[in-house]
Design a protein around this ligand. Structure first.
Ligand code: FEO
Length: 385
């Protein structure tokens, strides 16, 4: 874990290895990093606070970096409690510290805390700068990535962009893993709905000379920044990242599952290299959603249940819609013992999304897959080839 940025810009965040669900819903097998930074100059700025879960560790890190000094500014880039929960404790510890945010930030501070900040706030807007001495902070508004008050800060002398949640990932800083997988799962589940806002931000960032990206989660990015920026460009434009298929199934007794697995096998035989299969009832739905966005094609296989879709499929479709799933080609497999209806219902749901092509045929399985169903599965593979 390399958290060195420079002599003047220090990392003071903390890893959270025992959180059960991040944001109350996402499993994080490798924990979560809450990043926070300090810029030491004639004036000292703390760049965001931290989740209350690691507040004491953060305060120790901060005290160690500050020594006898006290911070002049707290820059608040995002008010979600994984970063903002310790604002009150810091504001009370350093009563002369000014809180820097925008109009929306201060509205949210007032909602989250019972805290009198009269005479201690500095409201900034797009393009405003704040000199710390040799370092100058330039503020870049990033509304709805993914809250309305979000802003980024560009430090002009060292060319460091503090990006709030953007470019973050799940997982602690000492986790040895690719950035892509957990950054993608984080992006689509947490930021995915706001592709248009991310596109706007990327256009603004293109005018900056960026040497380092300091996100509020995940590693400090110092090299090959174009790679990460391009991933964000693909993701936020809702274009597929890879040619491949996600086969997502919702099966009661395993018969729909058998059809889904057979279909995956047929895709592989047809030369599709990337085929992901997920059991929506048992596997991480956030990862299924990530794969749905990653690949250009998806097949949904669901049993009929109480005249509707087996509920986990309906839940998955709601997640996809909420995150603006679009520009993909989808195939359907339905199963039903007396009145198969899940195919029609899945199709109707998908028709409510933008630029989704649902191919024919919908494969109908009656109770269990038979030899005769193979041809229909092959037809579906062909339609999605
Ligand atoms: Fe990491 Fe939106 O908070």
């Amino acid at each position: 874990m390399d958290t060195y940025i420079s002599e003047a810009i220090r990392y003071v965040g903390a890893d959270d290895k025992d959180i059960d669900l991040f944001e109350g819903q996402y499993v994080v097998p490798n924990g979560m990093a809450y990043n926070s930074y300090v810029i030491l100059d004639e004036k000292i700025a703390v760049m965001d606070t931290i989740d209350v879960r690691r507040q004491s560790e953060w305060l120790e890190n901060l005290t160690q970096v500050l020594g006898e000094k006290t911070p002049d500014y707290l820059i608040v880039s995002h008010m979600e409690p994984d970063h903002a929960a310790s604002i009150k404790v810091l504001a009370e510890k350093y009563p002369h510290m000014t809180i820097v945010g925008n109009a929306k930030t201060f509205q949210l501070i007032g909602q989250f805390f019972d805290l009198d900040l009269a005479g201690r706030t500095l409201a900034v807007k797009e393009g405003d700068t704040l000199s710390l001495g040799s370092h100058t902070l330039q503020f870049i508004m990033a509304p709805m990535i993914h809250w309305p008050e979000v802003m980024m800060t560009y430090e002009q002398s060292e060319k460091v962009l503090f990006t709030a949640d953007a470019f973050g990932k799940f997982g602690t800083l000492d986790t040895q893993e690719d950035w892509d997988c957990e950054a993608r799962r984080y992006y689509f589940n947490i930021v995915g709905k706001y592709g248009a806002q991310v596109q706007t931000l990327l256009k603004k960032a293109a005018n900056l000379d960026i040497r380092t990206i300091c996100s509020l989660h995940g590693p400090i990015l110092k090299e090959n920044l174009g790679y990460y920026i391009e991933k964000y460009n693909i993701w936020s434009s809702y274009e597929p990242e890879d040619a491949g298929v996600l086969v997502a199934y919702a099966s009661i007794y395993g018969n729909t599952r058998a059809a889904a697995l057979k279909l995956a096998e047929l895709f592989r035989e047809a030369g599709v290299e990337k085929v992901a299969v997920t059991d929506l009832a048992r596997e991480d739905m956030a990862e299924a959603l990530e794969d749905a966005f990653r690949y250009d094609r998806m097949v949904l296989a669901a049993s009929t249940y109480d005249g509707g879709m087996f509920p986990v499929m309906e839940e998955f479709l709601h997640h996809l819609k909420a995150k603006n799933y679009q520009k993909r080609t989808v195939g359907l497999i339905e199963n039903g013992s007396w009145a198969p209806a899940s195919g029609k219902l899945m199709r109707a749901f998908l028709e409510g999304m933008k630029n989704i092509t649902v191919v024919e045929p919908t494969v109908t399985i009656k109770s269990s897959m038979k030899e005769g169903d193979l041809d229909k599965l092959k037809e579906l593979v062909k339609a999605l080839a």
